[in-house]
Design a protein around this ligand. Sequence first.
Ligand code: ADP
Ligand code: RBF
Ligand code: MG
Length: 382
Amino acid sequence: MAPTVILDLDGTLINTEQLVDEICTAVVLEIAPRLSPSVVHDALERVRGMRPLEASRALCASLELSTLERVTGEALLERTSPLLDARWREVRLMPGARRLLEHLRARGVPFGLATSTPATYLKEKMRGHEDVLAMMDCVVTGCMVNRGKPDPEIFVAASAKLGAEASACVVLEDTPVGCEAARRAGCKTIAIPSIRDRKCFEAWSDVVLHSLYDLELEKFGLPAFDDWLPVGDGSADRVLPVPTIEMRGPVVKGFGRGSTQLGIPTANLDIVPLKHQVDSLAPGIYLGFASIRGETHKMVMSIGWNPYFDNSKKTIEPWLLHEFESDFYGEELSLVVVGYIRPEADFTTLEALVERIHRDAEVARVVLEREPFVGKRQMLMP
Ligand code: ADP
Ligand code: RBF
Ligand code: MG
């Protein structure tokens, strides 16, 4: 039987998780100022993927809001819902979501949505992305099942609607409860965690990825993506063209270890004013062009948490492939990001990390001379 795909929505196809975290944390801290934001954040990560009322109840229970503040799951939801409703329109598609759906559609692979979101929120969340919803061969919402994730019911229902055996379905999920539900339904499960703890996915997933860019569909009997460009010369390296993203800002101080520890200086940008651009790019290693002091250079950059150093703060770190006479802290740097190379990796040694970054630079030196990348260089011309 030809494989079929079932997709989760929040955190998998659309980027709702930061918004939900922001609003829920603010409301919970208003109710219980005794709590720290990081405790609330961890509790929120544990309820991700559940239906709203179940998530709200579980949150109240784990933070003892019901016993200490006398607040029920229903009452908490009544406070968070209108705040979220007012802001769903800010929600954007996850990087790589449109590419995935368009690829599946072009190859005739049936796919549907299995979301804990009730139908009433779904329209609001998908405002501006109606075409994405319209592409689905079926939609199963949280209000169409008796039991929510981690119960398998929603994936059993979605596979039945798609006319497929659960074992022929490949599920994409970002939460542990979602992966558990999919696995228990008998589906193959691809985890793309939207929470920091990746270990808890292992029991329920066939593979744990970093982003939709890292999907290797052929490993699940699905047609492979055909937009990766080989670097050539017998190397296994390849580059994925991505929608062009421009960023600019003054160069800020980083962790102060790029040049000293790695011999690889990276000119960090402040991510706060660049939130939209950063959200448009999955964490990972990219290539593009950088302009500083009136000149344009090739660059490779990392966006993310640098697993080797286990940073808790996301950074944007471009290494400009040029020798400079002096530092340029505080000076205006412009970037155009054009291609994706690989996910951020953890390495057992510093030497392995450095060697890999030099290989990324070599890839950039070669492919940035070619279309479709070379033409993007002029986006940085004054
Ligand atoms: P930090 O942790 O403060 O980013 P780094 O050791 O990574 O420190 O050094 C980065 C600084 O080095 C940049 O801010 C920039 O001023 C300077 N620099 C010099 N050459 C380069 C280069 N080729 N690419 C990026 N930054 C460079
Ligand atoms: N850090 C990681 O922990 N894992 C990586 O795979 C990784 N790849 C990188 C690739 C490039 C092209 C660059 C410029 C940096 C990369 N880094 C990676 C980040 C590196 O750890 C960072 O520059 C140092 O932490 C210095 O701040
Ligand atoms: Mg740096």
